[in-house]
Design a protein around this ligand. Structure first.
Ligand SMILES: [Zn+2]
Length: 529
C-alpha cells in the first residue's frame, strides 16, 4: 500500500538503521535485519467451510508461504519499480501464469504489459576509489541536476561537518564531510531537516570551489538512510516519473556522494582519522597526502519503463465480461546501508494470494461463467502507476470489467488465526458501498473473519484506479502496523493460517461475482453491513 497522498511524501521514510556492508568487492553486502529464509512447515490447510466451491482447497498456507518467502527474500532487493529485483519478480509471476495455462493479456501476446517512465539514474562508472577500495554499491547520490558529470581527483580535504566557517579552498580536492549525531527522529519534519542540512553543506562546499562533496554517514544517521532512499539516487534505484506523477530528485548546488558507516570507517583508515569511544572522529585526518578519486555521473532517460503482468482465464459462459483480481508486487527497494525493504506484508502477501487464487481458478474445478483477469502491477508505491496504466490502456474493454478485487497487505491481520480482523473498503459508510462488499463481509463470517472500515485507504491502493472509472471494487487489507514501510517487514512475521482464510474469502467473493446473473450493484451509504 502506498503512503497517504495527503501526507508529506517524507512520511514514508522512518527508521533506525542497522549496519551493513557494501564496499566494493572486499566486503559483501549483508542486511542485518534479514530473517531466516527457510520456509517453515506450516502443516495442513483447514477444511473449507460448508458450501464452498471445491477450488478453495488449492489455496493453502504452505503455498502462500512459499511464494511470500521468495518474493520477500533479500535477493529481490526490495522490488523497487524498474529494478532488477522487480523485473525478476514480474518474470516469476509470468512463469506461474504460464504454468497454470492462463491466456496472456500483455503486450505482443506475452504476459508483460510495459508502461513508459522517465528516470534520473546513476550511470555506470560512478564510484569513489581510494587505496585498494572501490565503492560501487551501497552509496547514495544527491544530484545537482537531472543530467551531469562531476569528478574530483586528488587529496581529501577535511571539512568537519561541512558548514563551518574556516573551510580550506576545495578546488581540485575531495571535500570530506562527516555527518554524525543525526538522531533517530522520524517523519516528514525530520526528513526536511536532513535535506536542509545536505543543501547547506552543498552550498558551503561549492562556495569554496568544490565540484562535488563526499559525505560520510557515521552513525548511519538514524532516519537518514530512509531520507536518502526517498530523495536521493541509489544504484538501480532511480528517481522515476510516470506522466505527471512522481517527483524529480532534489537538486543540490553541487552533487553529494553519501557513503554508509562501514564505508566511512574504511575511508577513515585510509586518511588517518581516529575515532573516539563513541565512534566519532577524534582528529582531523593525519595523512595529509591521502588521495582518492570521486566520479559521479547522473543521466536522464525518457525511455525507462516498468511492467505489469496480466493473464486471463476465459469464462465458460459470459466470457466477454470479466472480473479483475489485482495485487501490486513492487516495493521500496534498498537503502544506502544495503538493507532491503523486503515488503513481506506489502505486498508479497497479496501477490502470494493472487498466485494462489489464480491457481484455484485455473486448476481447482469448473470454470466460472465470466472471465477472470489476474493483474500483478508495479509502480504502486510510487503512486499507483501500474494500475493506472492498466485502467487507461486496458487490454480488456473497460465497460466489460464488472468488478475489481484488490488485495494489498493480507499477512498481518489482528485477532487470532481462527478469527482474523481485517479492513475492507468501500465500507457501508462509503458512497461506493456495493452488493459485492456486503456479500464479502457476510461470507467472511464463514471463515471467522470480521471487518472494520478501511475507507481511509480508499485512495491508497490499486482498486482506486478501477473505482475512478465507475467499476465496483473491494479492497482487502490488514491496515498499517509497526513494520509498515520498514526494513523489518519480513516473511516470518506473516500469519499464514489467517492469510489462507483471507485469500480463500477473496476467491469465493470473486467466484460468486463471476457466476452471478447480475453485475455487482452500488448500494450507497448504509447504516450497517
Ligand atoms: Zn506500501
Amino acid at each position: 500500500m502506498r503512503t497517504s497522498p495527503l501526507a508529506a511524501p517524507a512520511t514514508r521514510v522512518v527508521l533506525a538503521l542497522a549496519l551493513a556492508v557494501a564496499i566494493g568487492t572486499s566486503l559483501a553486502a549483508q542486511g542485518t535485519t534479514s530473517a531466516s529464509s527457510e520456509v517453515p512447515d506450516l502443516g495442513e490447510p483447514t477444511a473449507a467451510p460448508d458450501g464452498a466451491p471445491e477450488h478453495l482447497k488449492l489455496i493453502d498456507r504452505q503455498g502462500l508461504a512459499e511464494h511470500a518467502y521468495w518474493l520477500a527474500s533479500d535477493e529481490r532487493q526490495g522490488r523497487f519499480t524498474s529494478s532488477a529485483g522487480q523485473r525478476a519478480t514480474a518474470d516469476y509471476v509470468a512463469a506461474h501464469f504460464k504454468k497454470l495455462g492462463l491466456r496472456p493479456l500483455g503486450d505482443k501476446r506475452g504476459f508483460l504489459q510495459k508502461y513508459p517512465l522517465t528516470s534520473v539514474h546513476i550511470a555506470k562508472g560512478t564510484q569513489l576509489s581510494f587505496g585498494r577500495t572501490k565503492i560501487t554499491t551501497g552509496f547514495a547520490v544527491l544530484p545537482s541536476d537531472d543530467s551531469f558529470k562531476a569528478s574530483a581527483r586528488g587529496k581529501f580535504a577535511w571539512c568537519g561537518n561541512g558548514t563551518g566557517n574556516s573551510l580550506p579552498s576545495l578546488k581540485g580536492k575531495i571535500p570530506l564531510v562527516v555527518l554524525h549525531g543525526l538522531g533517530s527522529g522520524t517523519g516528514s519534519g525530520n526528513d526536511l531537516r536532513a535535506i536542509g542540512r545536505y543543501n547547506a553543506i552543498a552550498r558551503k562546499l561549492a562556495s569554496k570551489g568544490a565540484a562535488a562533496g563526499l559525505i560520510c554517514l557515521l552513525d548511519d544517521g538514524g532516519s537518514h538512510a530512509n531520507t536518502l532512499s526517498y530523495h536521493g539516487l541509489l544504484p538501480d534505484h532511480p528517481k522515476l516519473q510516470f506522466g505527471k506523477g512522481g517527483r524529480r530528485s532534489q537538486k543540490m548546488r553541487i552533487p553529494l556522494f553519501v557513503i554508509n558507516g562501514e564505508q566511512s570507517r574504511a575511508l577513515f583508515e585510509h586518511v588517518g582519522i581516529e575515532l573516539d569511544g563513541e565512534g566519532e572522529p577524534k582528529t582531523a585526518p593525519k595523512n595529509n597526502k591521502a588521495t582518492g578519486s570521486l566520479k559521479i555521473q547522473v543521466k536522464e532517460s525518457k525511455k525507462a519503463f516498468s511492467t505489469n503482468v496480466v493473464a486471463v482465464l476465459d469464462g465458460a459462459d459470459k466470457k466477454n465480461e470479466a472480473i479483475v483480481y489485482s495485487a501490486h508486487h513492487d516495493h521500496m527497494g534498498e537503502r544506502v546501508d544495503g538493507d532491503a525493504f523486503n515488503g513481506a506484508d506489502d505486498n508479497a502477501s497479496g501477490t502470494a494470494g493472487l498466485l494462489e487464487i489464480a491457481e484455484a481458478f485455473a486448476k481447482g474445478g469448473p470454470r466460472p461463467s465470466r472471465s477472470v483477469i489476474f493483474l500483478s502491477v508495479s509502480g504502486e508505491e510510487l503512486g499507483l502507476w501500474g494500475s493506472e496504466y492498466f485502467a487507461e490502456n486496458s487490454p480488456w474493454p473497460r465497460g466489460r470489467i464488472v468488478a475489481n478485487i484488490n488485495i494489498d497487505m493480507i499477512g498481518r491481520a489482528e485477532g487470532t488465526d481462527e478469527a482474523p480482523k481485517m479492513q475492507i473498503t468501500p465500507s457501508h459508510g462509503h458512497q461506493k458501498y456495493s452488493s459485492m462488499v456486503r456479500d464479502a463481509v457476510e461470507l467472511g463470517e464463514k471463515f471467522g473473519i470480521s471487518f472494520t472500515s478501511g475507507d481511509q485507504y480508499y485512495q491508497r491502493s490499486d482498486h482506486y484506479n478501477f473505482a475512478k472509472h465507475g467499476i465496483p471494487v473491494v479492497f482487502f487489507c490488514d491496515g498499517e502496523h509497526p513494520d509498515y514501510h520498514q526494513v523489518t517487514d519480513h516473511p516470518d512475521k506473516l500469519r499464514y493460517p489467517a492469510m489462507e482464510s483471507i485469500a480463500r474469502l477473496a476467491f469465493w467473493t470473486g467466484w460468486n461475482v463471476a457466476n452471478a446473473n447480475q453485475r455487482p450493484k452500488e448500494l450507497g451509504r448504509q447504516s450497517g453491513w
